[in-house]
Design a protein around this ligand. Structure first.
Ligand code: XUL
Ligand code: CO
Length: 464
């Protein structure tokens, strides 16, 4: 080997954790990531996300409201079922005092948010504060870390898109939280959500999310589905009541997912949740946080889930990640497909935008992405994909490229026959007689699928 220098590996760089926000962890990234335009070759610049650029009546920043997920980026270390952590996350070392570690983690997280130019972040209670020996101690620690977060938010101007309680990691939740067979566990989960919603309120959160991590079942042999759904309905009603009691003005969001970790989860997809919300009288109180990879796990395209939510007035926010076409689990990868996201953004714009919601990157790097700088590449790429998709969607919507085609396709329903059918003015007998009287025999009309696919591709190609 002689004097061959293999260079530094990321494992060699794990030292240097800053004591406070005057220090730096991401020393390879000097300052805020800037927009340089599509011709830029700078991997640490945005090529599409130009925060102040107007798209219709809003800036890109106002449309997209990007958020970094605390859990994937700072509370995880790249471990999977087959092996331990690979990422350089010194605050997660076992020998550290848990509160010191939580503070260091937060210093680094806010350095990242600021350098990336992310306006928002999202957290679970357990991402920002350690679990104490008792629930009371856990609450004290959470309050202290909420104080800490308030200080960082004030200092940096970064805001909270949403908070959520982790009701799935610990053994106590193995049989669910709200849907647990034991009402004492229901009470424990309710207490946790109470504290986390209060924390979210205190930090000015724009939304509060409930993902039913283990609200489902592993086997129907021991599960009373009807009872568990009633429990979940009651739990959600308690959350909504508390929101009003404390004056939280953000939106309560449910995040659909069909399975994983349980075999069947009750919050299966957008349509299932819409039915659930109607049944338990929550339809005017709760909206949806729709995640791309959850949609694909449910056997849907992301755009399907968004469309269902928009048409039912239930769109709240999105988690912009993706799965892998070959893998049937929740890989939580950063988005890379402008076509996929353009179709979803088109529906979001058609529905009037994300409102109090935003685009949260509930996405993690791959296990081999071991350098600190990889976290920037991941988010820059995701933000650019979403920004470019916003532009494509805006153009398509402004031109009525798809909305016009759909309006033409259903034109008959705006005319007399369609209107009479929908208004309930015609019975089956009336329709039968009409078909006979007029010898009706409608001919099929082309759906033009291939032409429309080409049209969408033309918008994707030409936007700049
Ligand atoms: C899990 C998932 C969660 C929620 C918040 O698949 O998406 O991270 O977004 O609990
Ligand atoms: Co999610």
């Amino acid at each position: 080997m002689g004097d061959y220098d293999p260079g530094m590996t990321s494992a060699d760089t794990s030292a240097g954790l800053p004591a406070d926000s005057s220090g730096e962890f991401f020393t390879d990234v000097p300052g805020p990531i800037r927009y340089e335009g599509p011709d830029s070759d700078n991997p640490l610049a945005f090529r599409w996300y130009d925060a102040g650029r107007m798209v219709g009546d809003r800036t890109m920043a106002e449309h997209l409201r990007f958020a970094v997920a605390y859990w994937h980026s700072f509370a995880a270390d790249g471990a999977d079922q087959f092996g331990s952590g690979t990422w350089d996350r010194p605050w997660l070392a076992n020998d550290r005092d848990p509160m010191d570690a939580a503070r260091s983690k937060m210093v680094v997280a806010f350095e990242f948010f600021e350098k990336l130019g992310a306006p928002y972040f999202c957290f679970h209670d357990l991402d920002i504060a350690p679990e104490g020996g008792t629930f009371a101690e856990t609450c004290v620690d959470l309050d202290a870390m909420v104080d800490e977060a308030a200080g960082h938010m004030e200092r940096t101007g970064v805001k909270l898109l949403w908070g959520t309680a982790n009701l799935f990691s610990r053994p106590r939740f193995a049989a669910g939280a709200a849907t647990n067979p034991d009402p004492e566990l229901f009470a424990r989960a309710a207490a946790q959500v109470r504290h986390c919603l209060d924390a979210t309120h205190r930090l000015g959160g724009a939304n509060y999310v409930l993902w039913g991590g283990r609200e489902g079942y592993d086997t129907i042999l021991n599960t009373d589905v009807g009872r568990e759904l009633d429990q979940l309905g009651r739990f959600l009603n308690l959350v909504v009541e508390h929101k009003h009691t404390i004056g939280f003005e953000g939106t309560i969001l449910i995040e659909p997912k069909p399975h994983e970790p349980t075999k069947h989860q009750y919050d299966h997809d957008s349509q299932t949740i819409a039915g659930f919300l109607r049944k338990y009288d929550l339809i005017d109180e709760v909206k949806l946080n729709i995640e791309v990879n959850h949609a694909t796990l449910a056997g849907h395209d992301f755009v399907h889930e968004v469309t269902v939510a928009v048409d039912d007035g239930l769109l709240g926010s999105i988690d912009a990640n993706r799965g892998d076409g070959r893998l049937g689990w929740d890989t939580d990868q950063f988005p890379t497909s402008v076509e996929e996201m353009s179709l979803a953004m088109h529906e979001i714009l058609r529905g009037g935008g994300l409102g109090t919601g935003g685009v949260n990157f509930d996405a993690k790097m791959r296990r081999q992405s071991v350098d600190r700088i990889d976290l920037f590449h991941a988010h820059i790429g995701g933000m650019d994909v979403m920004a470019r998709s916003l532009l494509v969607a805006h153009e398509m919507l402004t031109d009525g490229a798809l909305t016009g085609v759909k309006a033409d396709r259903y034109r008959g329903w705006d005319r007399r026959l369609g209107a009479d059918i929908m208004a309930g003015r015609l019975s089956l007998v009336d329709l039968d007689e009409m078909v006979a009287d007029h010898s009706l025999d409608p001919v099929p009309v082309s759906g033009r699928q291939e032409a429309l696919e080409n049209l969408v591709n033309r918008y994707v190609e030409r936007v700049c």
